[in-house]
Each structure stands twice: as C-alpha cells, then as structure tokens.
Write a protein that binds this ligand. Structure first.
Ligand code: PAF
Length: 282
C-alpha cells in the first residue's frame, strides 16, 4: 500500500493503478471501524484496486463541534487498510486540500435541508465540497459510502448528477447497506459510548422503526406512524427524538404516506449524551 500526502505523486500513483484496472474510492475521516472495513471489502469485490482517503474535513464541522477532539489514529488505520489489501492511502493535510486562497463551496440545495442538516448548519456543504475534490483528485471509477448516513449519500449522488461527474458517474456511487447487531441496532462507533442499560434500550430504534413501517404498509398516515415511533423511543429511555421522518429515498422530499415512489424512514434520537441515527427502506 502506498501512502501519499501530496497531489503530484497522487496523480502518478493513480495513473499507474488505472493502467492495471478500475479504482474504487472509499472516502473516510479515519478512526476506522468495522463499518469502514465493510466498505473496503465491498470495494475490493468491485474494482481491481481500492483507494482510501483519510482527511478530517474541517469544513463539515460546525462551530459547536470539536474538530480538535475528532479521533486521529493514522498508524492503526494504516495497518488495518494494509491488511485489507488497499492499494493506495491518500492522506492530504489541510493546506493541500484547502490552500489559503481556497474560495469554492459546493452547495446541494434541498437534499441538504432538514434531518441532520437542520442540526448541523453548513455540514453537507462541507461534505459535498470535500467529496467533489476527492473525486477530482483521484477520478475513481466508483466510490462507496455507507447507507447509515443516508442523507450524505443522497447529497453526494445529487451533486454527481447535477455536476455531470464522470469519474465517478452518479450511477457508480454505491451505497453499502447498514450492518446491524443481532438485536437490530445499526453498527456505529457511537455505540461504544452507551452504558449497558442504554445499549439495551437503544435496540428500541430498529424495533420502533419496524413497527412504524408495518403501520405504514397497513395504510397508516405518516403522521400517526411517526408519532407512535417517537412515543416508543421516549418510553424506551430516549430523551429527545431529533427527527423521525418519512422521505422520498432519492430527493428526500417529505412524504405523508407510502406509495409515491421509493421511500425511506429516517430517525435521529438521543439517549444520555449519545445521538444515534438510523434509516430503513420501505
Ligand atoms: O462520512 C464521512 O466519513 C465523511 O463525511 C466523508 C464522506 C469522508 C467526507 O469527509
């Protein structure tokens, strides 16, 4: 595995890999866990070479979010990626990614609004800007993202469509399904912050979502199914439900019932100091 920190050597290394076959990119901010490795394994099935980027992107952190405290474990991450058979690790520093005169922002209207975008102003603009740069720097034939961050995936796909990106093409932006624990809880690095009681209670998220989905399929209006979902989470010990919404899976337009095209149920809720998110298709 080559580890590269500057643009010129990156371009030569990518050209050499592409001479051998397609390259799949897995963008990350490091502190890698099983979820990232699932993306790497999926990428390896679909391309001759896997490139991974590690860049803690300051532009997607809000004023109240502590960029300096974001975990950075480059040596451990690098060992995991080497063992997973990754060909190229791209680790630009902030000056390479954002030189002092950097002036461009990629704003994806609509899809970025509400849900996680409501609590994290400017977050998806930061994500779209850095992902657009990563795509241009590497020009991967495909790129993989976890479906756990469904809104992020929708923003990136919309950006790729709207900007007519070719490497990767919008259709080559692959969402990898959420990996779940035995009780249905979506895998997340944040699960480690839960006490044993909170961890047990957290399984209420997928359970309440399944109940709401069954109600929607049985003909309930979204308002009543979502009210039921919120009550179930509060009874299980969640202090706040940031959102529980039925949205169009692609445009993220709010839906009042199912049957208007592919839909997605999206939830964010807090238990103790931990905020958990989840989403499911209908
Ligand atoms: O999901 C993440 O880790 C980040 O938002 C991403 C896509 C790497 C952009 O910084």
């Amino acid at each position: 595995m080559q580890t590269i920190t500057q643009l010129d050597p990156l371009r030569s290394a990518v050209a050499a890999l592409k001479a051998d076959g397609p390259v799949a990119l897995v963008p990350t901010m490091g502190a890698l866990h099983e979820g990232h490795l699932t993306l790497v394994r999926e990428a390896a099935k679909r391309a001759a070479h896997v490139a991974v980027s590690i860049f803690v992107n300051p532009r997607q952190f809000g004023a109240n979010e502590d960029l300096d405290k974001y975990p950075r474990h480059l040596a451990a991450d690098s060992a995991l990626l080497e063992a997973a058979g990754v060909s190229l690790l791209w680790v630009p520093d902030a000056n390479v990614m954002y030189p002092p005169d950097f002036a461009t922002k990629v704003l994806v209207d609509g899809v970025s609004d509400g849900l996680c975008g409501a609590a994290r102003l400017g977050h998806f603009e930061g994500v779209a800007t850095v992902v657009c740069k990563l795509f241009n720097q590497i020009g991967p034939e495909l790129a993989l993202f976890g479906e756990k961050d469904w809104q992020q995936l929708a923003v990136i796909r919309r950006m790729a469509r709207d900007l007519d990106l070719t490497l990767p093409h919008a259709d080559a932006i692959i969402g990898v399904p959420i990996v779940r624990e035995a009780d249905g809880l979506a895998l997340s690095s944040r699960n480690a912050f839960l006490t044993p009681e909170q961890r047990q209670a957290a399984a209420a998220i997928p359970r309440a979502m399944q109940t709401a989905i069954a109600a929607l399929h049985a003909g309930s209006a979204a308002s009543s199914a979502l009210t039921g979902l919120q009550s179930e989470l509060r009874s299980a010990g969640f202090s706040t439900v940031d959102y529980a919404e039925l949205r169009d899976a692609e445009t993220l337009r709010p839906l009042t019932e199912i049957g208007e095209g592919p839909a997605r149920l999206l939830v964010a809720a807090r238990i103790g100091t931990t905020r958990l998110i989840d989403n499911m298709p209908l």
